[in-house]
Write a protein that binds this ligand. Sequence first.
Ligand code: FMN
Length: 295
Amino acid sequence: MGMEDSQYFEKPIIDVIKSRHSVRTYKYEKLSEEIKRKLINYSKKIESPFDAKVRLELIDELKIAEKGNVKIGTYGIIKGTSSYITGALEKGDNSLEMLGYCLEKLVLYGTSLGLGTCWLGGTFKRSQFSKMIDLKENELLPIVIPIGYEADKKSLVEAIMRRGAGSDNRKTWNELFYNGNFETSLDEKSAGSYSLALEMVRLAPSASNKQPWRILKQDNYYHFYMEATKGYGKALGFNIQKIDMGIAMCHFEMTLVEAGIEGHWEYEYYRQFSVSDENIEYIASWLEGASHMRL
Ligand SMILES: Cc1cc2nc3c(=O)[nH]c(=O)nc-3n(C[C@H](O)[C@H](O)[C@H](O)COP(=O)(O)O)c2cc1C
């Protein structure tokens, strides 16, 4: 788990989470070798609570040239950078949550280094990027993330994207967090020492800013559920909102770890915690307290 993150992050995680925002317009400036080395080193250290396999790669102008200048495109959404992080995964249980969790760690690390990023699940040419990283038959490439230095001014396309997704707004606490059952909302006071970690979940990025996270506190458990947005992302062929769930888990855990609050993830009790509402899917639970056993 994330104790070792403190060696890498030079800023409090809360400040990093608050300053992260999607960047679609970059300066035409290459990443320095030192920054690239830092990103690669950190990416190798990332561990996740799920045992699925994810392959993170950094694509830069050198790699693009090496591949015979394969064109990589984002439908004009991303401007200025030629550096991308890709996350390929082997298909399997929890692999999308895992991808969200691992890639968000890298996004936050990049943010702490002063870099801009933007999660892309839809608006990139999947076949071109797949070629770039020699995607294997048993692998999926759900996400690529441009990374670079934020330009001083947003492109018009970017301004339109932000407005379209309502990116500056988040759902309120009583739409996201519940106490005991889904009829009772959890307020900041009852969340006590967990309120900051929940607030950091609330600020997380999500596909089209749909914010599918629903967290139910029961005794010393925090159960993470996904409220699927009906019909959303059907054409993608994978459930992009599961990636959002992994991102939320990353924010929650990193905030707690930094605050010295102990706990661990459990995700094997699917039947026990699933609910009858067909739009709400159980994902994982955080159990507070020192962990005696690792799953
Ligand atoms: C899994 C995921 C997929 C996303 N896919 C895209 C995308 O294809 N194109 C895009 O421009 N933004 C994409 N976004 C960015 C979201 O629209 C953005 O995170 C959200 O509106 C909140 O804004 P913020 O990141 O500035 O806080 C994606 C975000 C996530 C988490």
